[in-house]
Each structure stands twice: as C-alpha cells, then as structure tokens.
Design a protein around this ligand. Structure first.
Ligand code: SF4
Length: 290
C-alpha cells in the first residue's frame, strides 16, 4: 500500500492518492482515466471517483499498480480492495481477460489470460500473486505462455513451475529465458486453433504479436493506441532494435483483421474492424515519417 507521508501534492483532495514512488508506467491512467492523469512526470488523482464504475476501475488500478504507489484512506475503499483483487483476471470479451497485478520488473506491462478450448494461454507475465494464481487455477490453469518479447517476462518461471505450461518466445529474444519453444524466422506459427504468432521484429529483434480468433491482437511493445495522436502508433522513443524494421512489421499487420489491440505498455484499443484497419493505415503513414 502507498505511503500517505509520500502523498503527491498534485493529487485532488480525498480518498484515493498516488505517492512519490510512482514509476510513471501509465497503467492507472488507461485503467481508470476518469480518476488518474499525468502530472509532473508521474501519475496523480485529478478527480476522486464520482460513481461506482469509476470507483471499481480505480480500485482495480490500485491492485494492478506494479509499485503499490496508489493508496486509499477510507475504510470502505480498503475493504473494496479484496474484491478488486478477486476480480482479476477481468474478462474483456469472449474469454479474453486482463490479468492486473502488473510487475515492476516488466515496468508495469499488462498481461492477458485467454480461456481456450484446447488449453488456456497466458500472454506475457503478471506478478505471481496468490489471488491471481488461485483464480487462474479455478479457470483451468495455463497450457501455453506466449511471451511477446524479452522485456515483459517478469515471473514467467514461477508461472511455468506452477502450471507446467509451455513457454513460447522468438529465439532472438530468448537469451537467458528457459522457454520450451523458441521460434525462428519470419513465418507465422499456429499454437492452436485460432491462435497465431506473427513475428513483428523492431522494438526488439524478437518481438512478436499473437492474433486470436481474428479479433484480438496482443502486441507487447510493438503497437498501442496513442491518446495524443488519436490513432494506433509504435514506440519511436523506445525502439531497442531498429525503427525501419518496426515500420515493416507494422505493414505486415495491415492485411490482418482484428478489433482489439491489447498492448503491454500503453492504451488498448477496441473498435470495429473497419476503424482498426483505418487506424493501422494511419499508423504506417505516421511511422514512415516519424
Ligand atoms: S500504475 Fe502505479 S506506477 Fe504506474 S503510473 Fe499509476 S501510480 Fe504510477
């Protein structure tokens, strides 16, 4: 839990606050945008929750925060945290869930859980936190863990030891990671029915996306939605391998069909297929001149 003595003065008065240990991962801002914003290089509460939906989102952000930098002062909110923790993994649609419990070792990256008929999938690694482990066990455990790239692997070894899952990552990002399956080359790879790995190098040499059911695209740090630009974009200032390769990998996604973009870092996007396709075109044009 956050430390009231470190409460940032930028916070609005009231129950919820951010303290000065915030690492500016932005998780709380996309999870509860009616409550948190960026101020002075960190997050802060700009408006206290005004209804149940905003309160629920803010409590989930408390649980997701990788550094326990968000606090609450009211007993009712403290009591609500247990319920918020138990709400993860939180279903977005069609068996696709947000895991919450972001890890500081992944700089607060989001991870996802897919309930799948052939076996469940964890996309990138959340914190190995007891409430989440218990819920995932109740949902049938994990058969595959797909790691989008080397940065967001967090507690992958603990999850693999607990559930005996097969870890899948591109070989060129696998140094120091004991993955069971290391993929090579540029070819797509089908994990199971409707689950396709698409190599998208650039952010790192071995970055890859996972397309599920022609509807959900899990993108790691390759692609996210930009609040500032108003369309999909890639991380120009956090490109660790090669920007021209990022652009080519973005072009590869233009012909794909999906409605959801679920990134590790940055804002997710959910829109109809035509709108997402339009934004992919905008993204490529923007990236070619960035
Ligand atoms: S989730 Fe936590 S670390 Fe991340 S921006 Fe919010 S307060 Fe800071």
């Amino acid at each position: 839990m956050a430390n009231q003595k470190l409460r940032r003065r930028e916070n609005a008065d009231g129950d919820f606050y951010v303290d000065s240990s915030c690492i500016d991962c932005a998780t709380c801002r996309w999870m509860a945008p009616d409550v948190f914003n960026a101020q002075g290089g960190m997050s802060a509460v700009y408006r206290q929750p005004g209804n149940d939906a905003q309160r629920t989102a803010a409590l989930r952000a408390v649980v997701a925060c990788p550094t326990a930098s968000i606090g609450v002062t009211e007993p009712a909110s403290r009591a609500g945290l247990k319920h918020a923790a138990a709400s993860f993994p939180h279903e977005l649609a069609d068996g696709v869930h947000q895991c919450g419990f972001h890890s500081e070792s992944s700089f607060g990256a989001a991870s996802y859980f897919i309930k799948h008929d052939d076996g469940n999938v964890l996309v990138d690694s959340p914190r190995f936190a007891a409430p989440l482990v218990k819920r995932i066990e109740q949902l049938g455990g994990i058969r595959w863990m797909f790691l989008t790239h080397r940065d967001d692997v967090a507690d992958h070894a603990k999850w693999a030891a607990k559930f005996g899952c097969e870890r899948i990552i591109m070989e060129s990002d696998a140094r120091g990671i004991e993955a069971e399956t290391k993929l090579k080359g540029d070819d797509e790879y089908e994990i199971a029915n409707g689950l396709t790995v698409i190599p998208t190098p650039g952010h790192t040499r071995g970055s890859a996306c996972l397309l599920y059911d022609d509807k959900f695209l899990f993108t790691g740090d390759h692609l996210a939605w930009s609040q500032r630009l108003g369309h999909l974009y890639a991380f120009r200032s956090a490109c660790w391998y090669d920007w021209d390769t990022v652009v080519e990998s973005l072009k590869r996604l233009v012909s794909k069909r999906f409605e959801w973009v679920l990134p590790g870092h940055g804002w997710p996007l959910h829109a109809d297929v035509a709108e997402v396709a339009h934004q992919m075109q905008q993204c490529v044009e923007w990236a070619e001149s960035a």
